[in-house]
Every structure is written in C-alpha cells, then in structure tokens.
Design a binder for this molecule. Structure first.
Ligand SMILES: [Fe+2]
Length: 370
C-alpha cells in the first residue's frame, strides 16, 4: 500500500525509455541520478517502455527483430531488467502503462504484465490485467488506511497488430470504468497518466506564420503550427502532436467528473508543455530514451503531492543536463549517446579520420624525402 511520506508523495514520470536491450549509458546514468537525488516514492513508466520488435524507431533496423515467442520473451525480459532492476535495487515502487510500441511483437499485453510481476516493487497491475482495457487501472495513495490521492493509468494503445496500428485511444469500456470508479472513490483528487494525448489536445494548436513565437513546421508541408498562446501555462511544441485516433468520451468524462487535476502524456519525444485545454490541464513529458529520436528535453518529470492539500500539486521537468550538469564528461556522454546527434557524430568521425589520414600521409612523404 503506497503511503504519504511525512505528508508528501513524490512521483517520478519516466516516459519512453525505449532503449531496449542495448541501452545508451547516458540514459541509465541519468535515471540512476534521478532516483538517488529526487528520491521518488513511486516511479511511473508511461509507455514505450520497450520497443518490442518495432525496431526501426531506434536505428536497430528490422534485421534485429527477435524470431519466435521464446526469443521475443527473452529479449523482453532483458530489456525490462535494464530499466526495472535499478528500482528493485533501491526498493522504489514502480507502475506502468503501455505505449504504442510495447506489445508490437508476438507477446500479448497480459504476457508482458506477467514479466513486470516478477519484480517485487511492481505496483498497480498486480491483481488485475486492467479494467475495460488491458493495462487500464488505478493506483491509490493512502494516508494511514484512508485513500487520499489516486493515479489513473489509462491504456491508449489498443492496436490491430496485423495492421500495425497503435494509436486507438481510451475505449468506451475504459471510460465507463473510470466514471464508475471515480464515483466509488468519491471523486478523489487524482492525476491521469496515458501514453498518447487525447484528440482534444488538437484544440490547443493553431496554424500560424513561420516567424510567430513557438512556430514549428508541420512535417514536410509548407505550413506552420504552434500551441495557442492563450492555452499555454508553460512550454511549447517541438514536433507536431497528433493525439489518439478516436475519441470515446474520455475528455467529456474527465471534465464532468472533475477529479483529475491534470492528464499527463508521453509519446511525443520532444514536446514539453503544460496547457489548459478548455478546463482540462494537460502536461506533456518528453522521452528519456537516448537511442530513439529526441532533443535536449530528454529527462524525467517530478510530481509532488501534499497530503494536507491534495487538490493541488507541483511539477517540474528535469532534463539530462539538469541532473548531470554541463561538464565536459556529461556533454561527451550526450554527444556519444544521443541519437539525434548521429549526423554531427558521423561528420566529426569523418573529420577525425581525414585528419589522421592526412597526418599519416604527411609522415610517409616526409620519410620518403629523407
Ligand atoms: Fe516512444
């Protein structure tokens, strides 16, 4: 049973740590530092915890796809161990939701949940595989025997494996379960975590001019978008932010129940923002992964809840450089490990190679002349 600790409860969100079985050391060092310095009472992995067999997102390429159930399961176990063992060692409870990538393989979500259950610090999906949808559940935080705060952990990634679709949305069944449970809990103050943003996030985005504050290019098209300034509490878009494919009434339910202080997303690796979407606060946390696409927003997000004032919370995003400092070593680690630096890395290596070759050639010429 999760309990407030001296009246406080700290939740650390780690999203998209999808480095798989060959993790980049910088991500692991960053996470270790976050656990040791921030001392969370709970860590929540908010999807794309592993890439499963959908490996093109991380330059592994399909040639590295695991063949067959046993090989896939072994790789899944190995990948999970890399991100879960550091928590088990520190005795930090952790929960999870699925992203669109986690089960892109021959394993079912239930089979993957069973692997999480091998860890004693795992909470949330211990007695159930989910309500309404596999993966959808809630985690209560208690003060003594009384539940004081609630975490909704919503599955947004029901997918048709044949068609490789992973962005479906929170289904009608899960929304009904949420409404009913919210009433049973007396509309306890809560945070709601889900991997993919609600479709309504789009209501906070507008077309704009190239030079407008916060403008980004809409993919390869000749148009620009940004967060509507009147919606922004903080942050900005760094990439377009398409949400779930379908809307099954989650937004309306959250608004009507009034128990959710904020809905919190992962999925878009570069976006970092906090917006008010017509009365529903939405927070976007960037990826922790170094192996997949991203930017300097790579990091984790901390939430702090006060037992005596559970209707409010504080939150801050903490980047790799916030945690590791900007030292020559941390910058070198970032340069070596961050996937978005692939091009400069190649150019640097080519330049170093060319310089070495020139030096060797000059040495040979000098020796011949002698
Ligand atoms: Fe991801």
């Amino acid at each position: 049973m999760l309990q407030f600790n001296n009246g406080k409860f700290k939740i650390l969100q780690v999203s998209d740590p999808q480095d798989m079985h060959y993790p980049r050391r910088s991500m692991l060092r960053m996470l270790d530092k976050a656990y040791d310095e921030l001392k969370p009472d709970l860590v929540v992995f908010t999807g794309d915890n592993v890439l499963a067999n959908h490996l093109l997102d991380a330059r592994f390429g399909n040639k590295h796809v695991a063949e067959g159930f046993e090989a896939t399961k072994e790789r899944m176990k190995k990948s999970l161990k890399i991100i879960l063992e550091p928590l088990e060692k520190r005795n930090i409870p952790f929960g999870m939701i699925f992203g669109n990538h986690d089960d892109m393989c021959c394993m079912t979500k239930e089979e993957i949940i069973d692997l999480y259950r091998e860890y004693s610090c795992f909470v949330g999906l211990v007695d159930t595989y989910g309500h309404g949808d596999v993966g959808t559940h809630n985690i209560l935080i208690y003060s003594g025997d009384t539940p004081k705060f609630n975490l909704w952990m919503m599955d947004t990634s029901r997918q048709n494996k044949e068609e490789d679709k992973g962005y479906e949305g929170v289904t009608t069944e899960a929304v009904e379960w949420y409404k009913q449970t919210s009433d049973e809990l007396g509309r306890l103050p809560s945070l709601m975590f889900q991997h993919i943003p609600m479709t309504e996030t789009a209501n906070c985005i507008e077309e704009c001019n190239k030079d407008d504050e916060g403008a980004i290019r809409y993919y390869e098209e000749d148009r620009y978008i940004r967060l509507k300034p009147e919606c922004v509490n903080s942050g900005r878009l760094s990439e377009p932010s398409p949400g779930c494919k379908a809307n099954y009434g989650q937004y309306a339910a959250v608004k009507a129940q009034g128990d959710v202080l904020s809905v919190i997303y992962g999925h878009h690796h570069m976006n970092l923002f906090d917006i008010d979407c017509d009365g529903v606060r939405m927070i976007q946390t960037p990826a922790a992964s170094f192996r997949c696409y991203g930017n300097e927003n790579k990091g984790v997000r901390l939430f702090e809840i006060d037992e005596n004032n559970p209707d409010e919370f504080t939150t801050r995003h903490i980047t790799y450089f916030d945690l590791m400092g900007k030292t020559p070593l941390s910058m070198l680690g970032y340069f070596i490990d961050a996937d978005e630096l692939e091009k400069p890395r190649r150019i640097t290596l080519a330049a170093l190679g060319a310089t070495a070759a020139a030096a060797v050639t000059a040495g040979i010429v000098k020796a011949i002349r002698k």
